[in-house]
Ligand binder design. Structure first.
Ligand SMILES: *Cc1c(COP(=O)(O)O)cnc(C)c1O
Length: 401
């Protein structure tokens, strides 16, 4: 990544997120190429980073969108992703969201329960439409990732078991208002082991063949997202091996592979740039306090996630410290017990791997405005979301009393 963080800090102030769009291009192309032996759709999981410019960049490369709210569907449409490349997933869709998804005529609704299928059926009936349905299977496979981002076990709230899925496909087949088109499974995020993916895709492919035998022909096999990125020293799944092991399960099937990567496409494109405010010592504990905080990037506080931290100065005098923000919570940290050089006021601190699940999880806690987002493409920087002002923060409130 060849980005001058200091120059951008002078131009846009700190904290800011910067995204290397060329990296996003490389990640997308690598994955798309890996599936070239078959028809495929790479549907970007918009929740990872839903900035319009990020989605648009991926749209220009040919990506579709995997959305978990109608807001995300509208973002995808707004930047020009065709409805037939948009998927709507999620365990708790509102009636209004289902209605809008049907009216917008998107590719398919990923249904996650019996009850939801009935809702979709009756709303489609009201609208006199035929809803294209994909059913999310929960293969009960341990993805061997962090429990908060594991989704493919029966103890997780996602999807339905194989037998229920089969019954639901039959219900679709027999309904005037439902059309079974796909099957979906997504077992978790930041997956570093291929074996659990292989196992679950095999279960899905077997079900597809099983359905075919009873005249239910699906068009899409959606293998979900979840591919890991390097935060620290993770050993990654090879993309070609990943694709090959998916393709290997598809013998006898004329079907389009859909995958829904989020983190893989954008995670390592992003860096969160902050500035040192102060250093302090409490007893014998050293703290480096920066202008970014947990409201800007909550992953360390939420999952104890690791993010590589680099202080941009030449000081060689390192010592142990906690890197923390200004928010009034002890959970407001980026790293604990790390060796950082001695810093001075206004030194920049870069927090890496900040392209996915960082800005999208930001809040206004402590009445802090959300920070600026910047894109760099072909060596040129663009502001893609301006820093929020105090006026933005209070814009929707009334002084009622
Ligand atoms: C979150 C999510 C994804 C993307 O997960 P990543 O780990 O970011 O690739 C894909 N599909 C579904 C249904 C999701 O909920």
């Amino acid at each position: 990544m060849n980005i001058n963080f200091k120059e951008l800090a002078n131009k846009y102030q700190t904290p800011y997120y910067v995204y290397d769009f060329d990296h996003i291009t490389e990640q997308y192309t690598q994955l798309k190429e890996a599936f070239k032996a078959r028809k495929s759709l790479v549907a970007y999981a918009v929740k990872a980073n839903s900035n319009l410019s990020v989605i648009k960049h991926l749209a220009n490369l040919g990506a579709g969108a995997d959305c978990v709210s109608i807001g995300e569907v509208k973002r995808a449409l707004k930047v020009g992703i065709a409805p037939y490349k948009i998927i709507f997933s999620g365990v708790g869709k509102l009636d209004s969201e289902i209605r809008t998804a049907l009216e917008l005529d998107i590719l398919m609704i990923n249904v996650e329960s019996d009850a939801e299928l009935n809702r979709v059926e009756s709303i489609a009936c009201e609208l006199d439409k035929k809803a294209r349905i994909s059913i999310r299977v929960n293969p009960n496979i341990d993805p061997k990732t962090h429990p908060y981002i594991s989704t493919g076990l029966h103890e997780n709230k996602f999807g339905v078991d194989i037998d229920t899925a089969k019954r639901m496909f039959i219900q679709c087949k027999n309904s005037e208002n439902l059309e079974p088109v796909g099957i979906h499974c997504h077992i978790g995020s930041q997956l570093t082991q291929l074996e659990p993916i292989k196992e679950s895709v095999k279960i899905v492919a077997d079900l597809i063949r099983n359905l075919k035998a009873i005249n239910i022909e699906l068009s899409f096999m959606d293998i979900g997202g979840g591919l890991a990125i390097v935060y620290e020293d993770e050993k990654l799944i090879d993309t070609n091996e990943y694709a090959q092991s998916v393709l290997d399960t598809m013998f006898g099937l004329d079907i389009t592979v859909v995958c829904e990567p989020g983190r893989f496409l954008v995670g390592n494109s992003g860096v969160f740039i902050t500035k040192v405010l102060y250093e302090k010592i409490n007893g014998d504990k050293r703290f480096v306090i920066i202008d970014g905080a947990m409201n800007d990037l909550i992953r360390p506080a939420l999952y104890n996630a690791y993010h590589k931290v680099v202080v941009l100065n030449d000081n060689k005098e390192f010592s142990d410290c906690n890197l923390v923000g200004p928010v009034c919570e002890s959970g407001d940290f980026f790293a604990k017990n790390i060796e950082l050089p001695k810093t001075k006021h206004n030194d920049l601190v870069a927090i890496y791997s900040a392209g996915a699940y960082c800005f999208t999880m930001a809040s206004n806690y402590n009445s802090r405005g959300k920070v600026a987002e910047i894109a760099v493409l072909n060596g040129e920087d663009r502001l893609i979301r301006r820093r929020e002002t105090f006026e933005d923060l209070i814009a929707l409130e009334e002084e009622y009393l």
